[in-house]
Structures are given as structure tokens and as C-alpha cells.
Ligand binder design. Structure first.
Ligand SMILES: [Zn+2]
Ligand SMILES: [Zn+2]
Length: 157
């Protein structure tokens, strides 16, 4: 995650050979500032307006991916989630965790995959998704609370 100023976002879009249109710059800034990858719907919810409808924002998401400024971080249940590529994060190897219970998707930037010694795989890895599925901390907490409640009930009866 990084805060990306409008000027820097414009520069990045230009450097990738694209025109720095207002929605494009806004989408890139939104992705860069987000702690987790965002779906198209989440992008529309955040910055959609009369001028920037769903289709416009979707086109710009795809453009950013084409230009390597963003990537599809993962697909859970057929929903693609996008994130910005930082300037220094290629290959982007941090895993994404998706919760089986609530569907939340988070980046785990601190959890790094150690690349294989065989360098031929490094490029392939940079195109791959590292996807973990399990129960997120919130759901685990909720589950253990329910379990505790049940245990207390059982003891009382
Ligand atoms: Zn969860
Ligand atoms: Zn990520």
C-alpha cells in the first residue's frame, strides 16, 4: 500500500504509454492506496459517479492491467480483484488470503514466498497467484466465541 499523489499517478500512467485520463488516474490511486485487492464493484462503490459509470471504470481497470500498472491479485468465486503494482514489487509474490466464511480477501505483504533457486521460474512466479484459503482472524474469533458459549451452556445443563 502506498499513498499515490495525483501527480505521481499521472506520471506512472504516462510512463506506461497511456493517456492520463481522470478516471484512469483515480482508479490507479484508489488501488495504490488500498490495503487489499478490490473488485470492480468495490471500485465502482468507491469512486463511481454519473460521469464514471461501471463500464468506464471497468475499461480503465483492464487498461491498467494491460499496461502492467495493476494486476489481478486473485479470483475468488469468479470475482477478479485488482491491485496496483508498486514500482519495486516485481515479482509481486505476496500471498492473498481469502476467507471461506465471510469472503474477505486480504494481502499478506509480510508473508513472503522464497523463490526457487532455479531462476527460470522467477518470471513465471511473477505471473502467478499465491492464494491461501482459510478462516480470517475475525471469523476465527467469532467461532471461538460461539464455541465458548456452547461449552458454558453444556456445563450448566
Ligand atoms: Zn472471515
Ligand atoms: Zn496483494
Amino acid at each position: 500500500m502506498e499513498r499515490l499523489s495525483r501527480e505521481d499517478a499521472k506520471k506512472r500512467v504516462h510512463a506506461a504509454g497511456l493517456r492520463a485520463t481522470a478516471p484512469r488516474v483515480a482508479v490507479l490511486r484508489l488501488l495504490a492506496g488500498s490495503k487489499k485487492p478490490l473488485s470492480h464493484t468495490e471500485v465502482v462503490d468507491a469512486i463511481g459517479s454519473d460521469d464514471w459509470d461501471q463500464a468506464t471504470l471497468y475499461r480503465n481497470l483492464l487498461k491498467l492491467v494491460d499496461a502492467d500498472l495493476a494486476r489481478i491479485a486473485n479470483r475468488v468465486d469468479g470475482i477478479a480483484r485488482y491491485e496496483a503494482r508498486g514500482e519495486d514489487d516485481s515479482p509481486h509474490l505476496h500471498p492473498h488470503f481469502s476467507c471461506r466464511s465471510c469472503g474477505a480477501v486480504e494481502c499478506l505483504p509480510d508473508a513472503k514466498l522464497t523463490g526457487p533457486v532455479d531462476r527460470r521460474w522467477h518470471r513465471s512466479l511473477s505471473t502467478s497467484d499465491l492464494q491461501l484459503t482459510g478462516e480470517c482472524p475475525d471469523c476465527l474469533k467469532a467461532q471461538s466465541a460461539t464455541r465458548k458459549k456452547r461449552a458454558t451452556k453444556r456445563r450448566r445443563s
